[in-house]
Each structure stands twice: as structure tokens, then as C-alpha cells.
Ligand binder design. Structure first.
Ligand code: ATP
Ligand code: MG
Length: 139
């Protein structure tokens, strides 16, 4: 099924010059980038994005991290894009991530794990709408 998903290169990925590496892995997988921009979220904007995690012990820390510097946000499109991009990213905890995944190769911490990807089509729809207007989505 053709799907869209929301991907983020997190502040650690941007500051460590990993934008090109992540984009290359996405393109090599045959997934299309249909929208892309750089943003620097406020704490409130990061809290809105990670609303599903409100109340969890890492909520304050992860929203501080996500608002600590610029991110690259992208809309990806392809067959089964949600799960295929999650597979490219690897597990949340990089120590458990499969070899060859972005997080296994580049994450330094359970929080500073370089990339985000929507975990379902339903959440992808919310997250894409959170960052992009219809006018910004190509294709
Ligand atoms: P993301 O939503 O960023 O793609 P994910 O879906 O793999 O990651 P989530 O459970 O949604 O993982 O957690 C969101 C983010 O919060 C993680 O990517 C990580 O940056 C941070 N995080 C998750 N669990 C922990 C934890 N136990 N301690 C610290 N930070 C955490
Ligand atoms: Mg998640």
C-alpha cells in the first residue's frame, strides 16, 4: 500500500552533519521525499509533537532535546513507507537496533537517537499535518 510517513532528523543528527547520510539511506531504499524543511521547534511545539508521551518520565527531557536546535522534517512516500522507514531507523534503543540501521550506526544515547519516524499511518497523518500545510506537500 502506498503510504506517507513523517521523518525527522533530530538536533543531534543535524549538528553532527548527518543530514546527507540520512537522506541518502532514504533515497537508496527507494522511498521518495515529497516535502522537506529545516525548523527549530520551541519547547511548546516539541511538547505538542510528542503529546502521546505526556506524563512519561522522559517527556520533559525529550522535549528539551527536540527544541535544543534545528531539525530537518520530511514527508516520505512509498510502498509501506511507515514500516520500511522504521526498519531503516532501527530500534529506539540503539543498543538493540539491528546492524546497518541509522540508529545502530549513529545514535549515542536512547534519547539522542538521530531520527524520528511515525509509528503508524494514523500518527503519520497527525504528524504530517503538524508540520506541513497542503501547499508544502509535493506530488
Ligand atoms: P521516535 O518517536 O522519536 O521516532 P520511537 O518511536 O522509536 O522514537 P518513542 O517510544 O516514540 O520511540 O520515544 C520517543 C523518543 O523519546 C525516542 O526516540 C527517544 O528520543 C526518547 N525516549 C524514548 N524512550 C526513552 C527513555 N526510556 N529514556 C530517554 N528517552 C527516551
Ligand atoms: Mg515514537
Amino acid at each position: 500500500m502506498l503510504q506517507r510517513t513523517l521523518a525527522i532528523i533530530k538536533p543531534d543528527g543535524v549538528s553532527r552533519n548527518l543530514i546527507g547520510t540520512v537522506v541518502k539511506r532514504v533515497e537508496d531504499e527507494g522511498i521518495k521525499i515529497v516535502a522537506m524543511k529545516m525548523i527549530h521547534m520551541t519547547k511548546e511545539q516539541a511538547m505538542g509533537f510528542y503529546k502521546v508521551h505526556e506524563g512519561k518520565p522522559f517527556f520533559d527531557s525529550v522535549t528539551n532535546f527536540m527544541s535544543s536546535g534545528p531539525c530537518v522534517v520530511m514527508v516520505l512516500e512509498g510502498e509501506e513507507a511507515v514500516t520500511r522507514y522504521r526498519k531503516l531507523m532501527g530500534a529506539t534503543n540503539f543498543k538493540e537496533a539491528e546492524e546497518g540501521t541509522i540508529r545502530r550506526d549513529f545514535a549515542t544515547d536512547i534519547e539522542k537517537n538521530v531520527v524520528h519516524g511515525s509509528d503508524s499511518e494514523e500518527n503519520a497523518a497527525f504528524e504530517i499535518g503538524y508540520f506541513f500545510s497542503a501547499l508544502e506537500r509535493v506530488g
